[in-house]
Ligand binder design. Structure first.
Ligand code: ATR
Length: 278
C-alpha cells in the first residue's frame, strides 16, 4: 500500500515541499505520496487527529502551526522542545513524534561553504527562524554569536532564555553595520528583502571581511539585495534554497532512513522559483 506523507500549514498552496519530496520518493524507488494540506489554526487539533486516524506516515508542519502542534504530539525531541517549534512529525506505530530540522538543516547547509569552529558569526533577526538557527549554531565549538534585531529586547531575551551569555551578545543594527568587517559569517534571518520588498536590506553594507560568508534564509528572490551587495564586496554568498533543501532532506531521512540527493532538491526548487519570481 502506498505510504502517505504531507505538510500542514496556512497558506500552503505555494509550498515547494510536495515537489521535492515526491521527487525524492521517486528517486528512491518508494511507493509514497506527499500532499499539501491547507489547515487553519482552529482545525489543527482535528487535522492532527486525522493524520493519526488515517495512518499518515510522516508530515511537515509549517506556519502558523509549528508551536501549537507541540502539545498535540505523543513526544517531541529535546532540540525541538528547546527551540519551541516542530516542523517534522513521524508516525511510529501510531505514536506521533515531533522534530525540528530547521536549525540543523540551516547549519548543515552553511557547513557546505564554511567551517564554523571558532568563527565570529552575526545573526540578523530574532524571530522564529532565528531562534532555531541560534540554538543550533550555539552548539558549534568555539563559536561567538552576535545577534542584532530591529527590536533589541527580542535578541536580548533570546540569549537570556537559552542562557548563552557566555558566547552570545545582543547588539543594535547600527552597531552591527559599523562592525560588519569583524564577522566571518553573517546569517540573515528576517523577512527584509523578501518578495515583493526586494529592494530592502536589513542593514547598510559598505565593506565585508576577507573570505566572509553571507547567508540569507530567503529564497524568494533567489538572490536578495543583501547577498548581491555582499557578493559585490567580495563575500561568498549562500541563498535560502540550501537551507530549504537540507531541512527537507533531514525530514526525509527521519521518515525513511534514507538521506536524499540535496543537489537535486536545490535544482528543483531553483528551477521552480526561477520560472516564477525572478
Ligand atoms: P520568522 O518566523 O520568519 O522569523 P517572525 O518571528 O515574525 O518571523 O520574525 C521576523 C523577523 O524579521 C524579526 O526579527 C523581525 O524584527 P522585529 O523582531 O523587530 O519585529 C524582522 N523584521 C521583519 N520586518 C522587518 C523590517 N521591516 N525591518 C527590520 N526587521 C524586520
Amino acid at each position: 500500500m502506498k505510504s502517505l506523507y504531507g505538510v500542514i500549514g496556512s497558506p500552503i498552496a505555494h509550498s515547494m515541499s510536495p515537489l521535492i519530496h515526491n521527487n525524492a520518493f521517486l528517486q528512491n524507488g518508494m511507493d509514497a505520496h506527499y500532499h499539501a494540506f491547507h489547515v487553519e489554526p482552529d482545525q489543527l487539533e482535528t487535522a492532527v487527529a486525522g493524520m493519526r486516524a488515517l495512518g499518515v506516515t510522516g508530515f511537515n508542519v509549517t506556519i502558523p502551526h509549528k508551536e501549537a502542534i507541540i502539545p498535540l504530539l505523543d513526544s517531541v525531541e529535546d532540540a525541538a522542545l528547546q527551540i519551541g517549534a516542530v516542523n517534522t512529525v513521524v508516525n511510529k506505530d501510531g505514536k506521533l513524534i515531533g522534530y525540528n530540522t530547521d536549525g540543523r538543516g540551516y547549519v548543515e547547509a552553511l557547513k557546505e561553504v564554511v567551517g564554523l569552529k571558532d568563527k565570529h558569526v552575526l545573526i540578523i533577526g530574532a524571530g522564529g527562524a532565528a531562534r532555531a538557527i541560534f540554538y543550533t549554531l550555539a552548539l558549534e565549538e568555539g563559536i561567538q554569536l552576535d545577534i542584532c534585531n530591529r527590536t533589541v529586547s527580542k535578541s536580548e531575551d533570546l540569549i537570556k532564555e537559552f542562557s548563552l551569555e557566555r558566547i552570545a551578545r545582543s547588539i543594535t543594527v547600527d552597531q552591527a553595520a559599523k562592525e560588519i568587517k569583524n564577522y566571518d559569517v553573517v546569517v540573515q534571518t528576517t523577512s527584509v528583502g523578501m518578495f515583493p520588498q526586494i529592494n530592502d536590506t536589513p542593514l547598510p553594507l559598505v565593506s565585508v571581511k576577507n573570505h566572509a560568508v553571507f547567508s540569507d534564509i530567503i529564497y524568494n528572490p533567489i538572490e536578495t539585495k543583501l547577498l548581491r551587495e555582499a557578493k559585490a564586496l567580495g563575500a561568498i554568498t549562500q541563498n535560502g534554497v540550501h537551507m530549504f533543501a537540507y531541512q527537507a532532506a533531514l525530514a526525509f531521512e527521519i521518515w525513511t532512513g534514507k538521506f536524499p540527493d540535496t543537489d537535486r532538491m536545490k535544482k528543483l526548487v531553483e528551477e521552480h522559483l526561477g520560472g516564477k519570481t525572478c
